[in-house]
Design a protein around this ligand. Structure first.
Ligand SMILES: Cc1cc2nc3c(=O)[nH]c(=O)nc-3n(C[C@H](O)[C@H](O)[C@H](O)COP(=O)(O)OP(=O)(O)OC[C@H]3O[C@@H](n4cnc5c(N)ncnc54)[C@H](O)[C@@H]3O)c2cc1C
Length: 386
């Protein structure tokens, strides 16, 4: 059965879902509110897993972005104030890399170029979805604002890929939200030593700090912590900011010498409990938002996109949208719940400051470091979600 599919949001989840689904005989429209330059200039570093690489190869994007990608050859995890640490290296697992760093903007550019070249998907830019109407005969109308015009699109299946923050009239969603009350600073930092494709994760009592190897010898920094602390860090001048980072991070990457503009993000953990509207399904951050500590938000979202597109493409027995959505939700439930638990567990475990806990965490990292089977399971989960 040919469906009119409307996707709200041309972030990575919406764009990739549209490309994965474009081999079906459905009509696909993608609606995006933000201007192109804003999304293309997003310097956020994303750590792609092996399963995300597989998905990007499937839509023939991997070769287009390969020169923009930095492979992670090893991951060094440590905790401030203890000796325990864990080191994972790609060689131990006979793999080329443990993950791949790409900036959000570079990924968006490559995906949009592919969509333009393919001409199967209709893109509406700078168009904001404001309202969805009730369903009549399995169809509903999506009302959008494009500059000062109103635009109406018909659809049988509405795929929400809006990142989970937009307010759309007529949409009724119950979410479970955990207020983390933490912020993340994102910037590029430069040190006096080459990164050698090593990613670092350092847990401190106020939150984790990740340094991801990037282009021109830079590290992409993601430093998360309580709101007040992060706001103070954003307000510092460059030299004092680098000094504060050096104090928390130690000397393992050498001396920090400079950094670029600091941008802060607020962090929430949230997941959809129920979508009350018929014919509406969510993928990516619209379905679940995770703390960036384990770098799994986008990777999980891309597996959502793959799973939903496979159900649409393999829809040999004609399913109603209700059946399709039910099958999709069942296919994603276990993985999503476990990923949310892991990321939440990592943030609370490593930011707890009870007496004695610090040593135990150091010990846990040391145990992980010398137990191959634990390491293998951990890498498998982070690479493939299972
Ligand atoms: C600091 C930080 C670091 C991160 N690091 C990693 C990492 O290393 N690895 C990883 O896997 N994940 C990481 N993440 C998470 C990752 O960025 C998100 O999971 C990912 O961007 C989600 O993609 P998405 O397409 O679902 O949503 P988004 O990227 O949020 O895109 C949603 C799009 O929908 C559009 N939109 C919203 N409402 C409307 C509307 N009403 N009408 C039209 N358009 C609309 C928005 O403009 C936007 O372009 C990180 C996140 C943060 C904050």
């Amino acid at each position: 059965m040919t469906k009119q599919i409307v996707i709200i949001g041309a972030g990575p989840a919406g764009l990739i879902f549209s490309l994965l689904s474009s081999t079906s005989n459905n009509s696909i429209s993608l609606v995006e509110s933000r201007p192109v330059f804003e999304r293309k200039n997003d310097k956020r570093a994303l750590a792609l897993s092996a399963s995300s690489r597989y998905i990007l190869e499937k839509i023939d994007i991997w070769n287009d972005i390969e020169d923009k990608i930095i492979p992670i050859k090893s991951i060094h995890t440590s905790q401030k104030g203890t000796f325990g640490r864990s080191k994972l290296s790609a060689d131990e697992f006979n793999t080329e890399a443990l993950g791949y760093i790409v900036t959000y903007g570079d990924l968006i550019v490559a995906l949009e170029e592919k969509i333009m070249a393919q001409k199967k998907i209709t893109l509406f830019y700078e168009t904001k979805v404001e309202k969805i109407d009730e369903i009549k005969e399995d169809k509903q109308k999506i009302i959008c604002h494009q500059a000062s015009k109103l635009l109406t699109l018909d659809c049988n299946l509405l795929v929400l890929a809006d990142g989970g923050h937009s307010r759309i009239d007529g949409l009724s969603i119950a979410r479970e939200e955990k207020i983390i009350d933490h912020l993340a600073i994102v910037t590029q930092v430069y040190s006096d030593k080459p990164h050698k494709n090593i990613a670092f994760e350092r847990f401190t009592s106020s939150g984790p700090i990740a340094l991801l190897p990037n282009h021109q010898g830079a590290y992409s920094l993601v430093w998360t912590g309580p709101k007040d602390k992060i706001n103070d860090l954003v307000a510092l001048d460059k030299n004092n900011f680098l000094k504060a980072l050096q104090e928390e991070f130690g000397e393992r990457v050498g001396q920090f010498e400079s950094c670029e503009k600091r941008v802060s993000f607020s962090l929430v953990q949230s997941s959809i409990v129920t979508v009350h509207n018929k014919n509406v399904v969510a993928i990516g951050n619209a379905a679940q938002i995770m703390h960036p500590v384990a770098g799994q938000g986008l990777n999980t979202g891309l597996r959502d996109a793959l799973s939903l597109s496979e159900l649409i493409i393999n829809n040999k027995i004609i399913q109603t949208s209700d059946e399709l959505i039910k099958n999709y939700l069942e296919s994603r439930k276990i993985e999503t719940e476990s990923m949310l638990k892991i990321t939440e567990g990592l943030t609370t475990l490593f930011t707890n400051d009870f007496i004695g806990i610090n040593k135990l965490r150091g010990l846990a990292l040391a145990i992980l470091d010398c137990t191959p089977i634990l390491k293998k399971k951990f890498v498998q989960k982070m690479s493939y979600g299972k």
